[in-house]
Design a protein around this ligand. Structure first.
Ligand code: ATP
Length: 502
């Protein structure tokens, strides 16, 4: 199976089985917007719960919050997003593609290249790579626009009045030149605008004091959040890998100045190891340190956790040392002291007891929707099985860790009679009461039902048959090995409940 093939198989499985649908599909779909179907929603929730468990429940130094998506626009002014949250953008004059020059491979300036003319497909154009050091990723052309900056935040008016309509009505006959008119209009729009957050992080800085004052937190401590973020991406790519609306799992870890290097070391290892615990190929996850050029303006060191996607290594999570930049900026702009007082430390400058300082921050910022794609790539497996007729068939199965599988077990009555469906429902209900997401499935032949549950990653299928009714036994089929074992109903329930209560 080629890697391109793998991606198209995953996209098709996601749609066929109800993991991910194109948004607004019946209206032709909206590019880069996705809806998560019944199984995708479960997988995503399970991944989020796993992250929350490791970040919040298994520690006593991290507190969770759930903040508004729309915040005061001064937040984005102070954080620098209004000025700096931009991506470079280049247009190709040959094929009209629009791309981010920082995301395309470098080609040495002066390298001789050839590409097809988009107007006349028979015409081959020979040219040399210009100073910029790249060519169009779509057609290979060197006929490119200059780089310009494009703001990545979605902007919208807040309130009942349409600022554009109001401005135009007031200023239509004002005699302003076109340039002045546009400048004034943009100012008016900016003044009444709010933004969809492009990261969840800022709320954790803005609520730093409230969390500190309402918990018994002492530095070092963290604030964690899972939620939606929005970026007006120039290029949306690779299915749910890069979309305009996505979910993040971020944590801001506040620590003493001077201890940040150790905490960065700690968190980068901690985060890499977290992924390795529940995937099939831990070697497909690695850390990569950012070059100085790549780092954001507020960061003094940064690592990415990368995953080997079908198209190559790419970012799954960023672990940035954000210094005291954000707290200081919000302190200045809001005139609120976002600092921490440690009565047990001496101030390093004065040598006096008690030290007030602005904490440094380490931020592990992961993409939840991107992680879902990574675990689907990691879990997609094919093997050969011999069917009941003795024919060899390719079997597709999602080897998902049971903790993240959408259904934990499928209860399958062999027949739709003889009390088997009723018994199956009774068993399903007993498992549901223990908090397990269970599928009762009597839809088709047993072979088809096994195939379906293999494909959606259900770790076990429990078959209810004549023996269940007579002897009280069931068969439990393992998704990965397809091996079946016969157990009493009580043993099977104890095995499953015991497994998932760990
Ligand atoms: P990239 O370089 O891929 O654009 P980034 O470095 O801008 O990502 P961060 O700002 O560090 O991303 O965001 C943290 C995480 O949020 C990323 O590692 C990624 O998993 C996720 N993420 C960011 N942008 C998107 C997007 N457009 N679609 C899906 N997930 C995203």
């Amino acid at each position: 199976m080629t890697q391109d093939n793998l991606m198209s198989k995953i996209v098709s499985l996601c749609k066929r089985r109800g993991f991910v649908f194109q948004s607004s599909e019946i209206y032709g779909g909206l590019k880069s917007s996705y809806d998560y179907g019944p199984l995708g929603t479960e997988l995503k929730r399970n991944l989020a719960a796993k992250w929350w468990r490791s970040m919040v429940y298994e520690r006593d130094d991290i507190h969770g919050i759930d903040a508004s998506i729309i915040m005061h626009s001064d937040v984005w002014k102070a954080s620098g997003h209004l000025k700096n949250f931009t991506d470079p953008l280049v247009d190709c004059f040959n094929c009209q593609a629009r791309f981010r020059p920082d995301k395309v491979p470098s080609v040495a300036p002066g390298t001789k290249v050839e590409y097809k003319s988009a107007k006349d497909k028979k015409k081959i154009i020979s040219s040399e790579v210009k100073e910029c050091g790249y060519v169009c990723p779509e057609c290979g052309s060197t006929d490119l626009s200059k780089e310009r900056l494009f703001r990545g935040m979605f902007q919208m008016p807040l309130g009942a009045v349409d600022p554009v309509q109001e401005f135009v009505t007031k200023n239509y006959d004002s005699g302003l030149s076109k340039e002045e008119f546009l400048k004034e209009l943009q100012k008016e729009i900016a003044d009444s605008s709010v933004y969809l957050r492009p990261e969840t992080a800022q709320a954790m800085f803005v609520q730093f004091l409230n969390v500190l004052n309402t918990t018994s937190a002492k530095v070092p401590f963290g604030i964690a959040q899972i939620g939606k973020s929005f970026r007006n991406e120039i290029v949306v790519e690779h299915f749910i890998f890069r979309s305009c609306e996505f979910e993040q799992m971020e944590m801001e870890f506040f620590c003493e100045p001077g201890s940040h290097k150790n905490w960065l070391e700690y968190w980068k290892n901690e985060r890499l190891e977290w992924y390795k615990k529940f995937v099939n190929s831990p070697e497909s996850f690695r850390l990569r340190q950012h070059t100085e050029k790549e780092r954001a303006h507020y960061s003094n060191d940064c690592y990415d956790v990368e995953f080997l996607f079908p198209w190559g290594w790419d970012e799954l999570e960023g672990i940035a040392s954000r210094t005291d930049y954000d707290l200081k900026k919000h302190s200045e702009a809001s005139r609120t002291k976002l600092s921490y007082f440690d009565p047990n430390k001496k101030d390093p400058e004065t040598g006096k007891d008690g030290w007030r300082y602005t904490p440094y921050v380490i931020e592990p910022a992961a993409g939840l929707t991107r992680l879902m794609l990574a675990v689907l790539c990691d879990a997609y497996k094919e093997d050969k099985q011999v069917d009941a007729k003795g024919e060899e068939k390719i079997r597709v199965f999602l080897k998902l860790d049971p903790s993240i599988a959408p259904f934990k077990v499928a209860i399958l009555p062999l027949l739709k009679k003889d009390g088997q469906p009723e018994k199956a429902k009774e068993i399903a209900q007993a498992l549901r009461k223990k908090g397990l997401h269970v599928s009762f499935d009597d839809a088709s032949s047993i072979g088809k039902r096994y195939a379906k549950h293999d494909e959606i990653g259900t770790p076990w299928c429990m078959t209810i048959d004549g023996d269940t009714m007579e002897k009280g036994t069931v068969t439990l089929r393992d998704r990965d090995t397809t091996q079946q074992e016969t157990l009493t109903v009580e043993e099977a329930l104890a095995k499953l409940i015991g497994f998932f209560s760990l």
